[in-house]
Design a protein around this ligand. Sequence first.
Ligand SMILES: Cc1cc2nc3c(=O)[nH]c(=O)nc-3n(C[C@H](O)[C@H](O)[C@H](O)COP(=O)(O)O)c2cc1C
Length: 181
Amino acid sequence: MEEEITIVYSSKYGSTKEYAQELHRRRGGKLLPIKHFNAKKVETNVVVFFAPIYAFGLLNLSVLERSITRLRNKKVAVFCVGASPYNPKEFRRLYRKNFDGPLKDIPAFYGRGAWQLEKMTNRDKLMLKLVQQKIKTKTKSKMAPWEEEFLSFYKKSWNWVDFSYLDPVEEWMDAKSPFEE
Ligand SMILES: Cc1cc2nc3c(=O)[nH]c(=O)nc-3n(C[C@H](O)[C@H](O)[C@H](O)COP(=O)(O)O)c2cc1C
């Protein structure tokens, strides 16, 4: 079968990679860690980037920014993985912050990942402690939804990976553009 999709992923602790592997299991194509991605060598019409969210940014998004002009005329989307429950308002804010310039208007999807305290580096743990301390100075009514949620999950490990978050990506893949027959 001709390959239809290139799936590229970044992942620090593995949950984003799980989503990328599942899409690969469902749709075949080429699966690559971002360090092996070369925009010049993409032969498929569809490219999906999987990236985890760290401190309101997307890991290695700069690679896509640098490559996007080479990918014009292709169907490109980004699947973002974070710890917070999906919240359209928060996701729009994340989108506005990260998908600017050459990435403006690129389709983006969200899936909830995992919180793996046993794997986290001391640096990440320290950073999260500072976030927690900052949130705790607020009264509940002043907290953003993600902040309240963060306080409830931050001290334990969780796995929220749910492959049904990939369903909208498949719908997007299968949707025909108005110019196609
Ligand atoms: C230091 C640190 C910062 C994080 N910042 C965010 C964030 O801003 N928004 C969010 O939704 N999740 C955040 N997360 C959660 C990760 O996005 C989540 O754990 C994700 O599943 C990690 O993907 P990975 O396992 O592929 O590395 C953060 C996690 C850590 C350790």
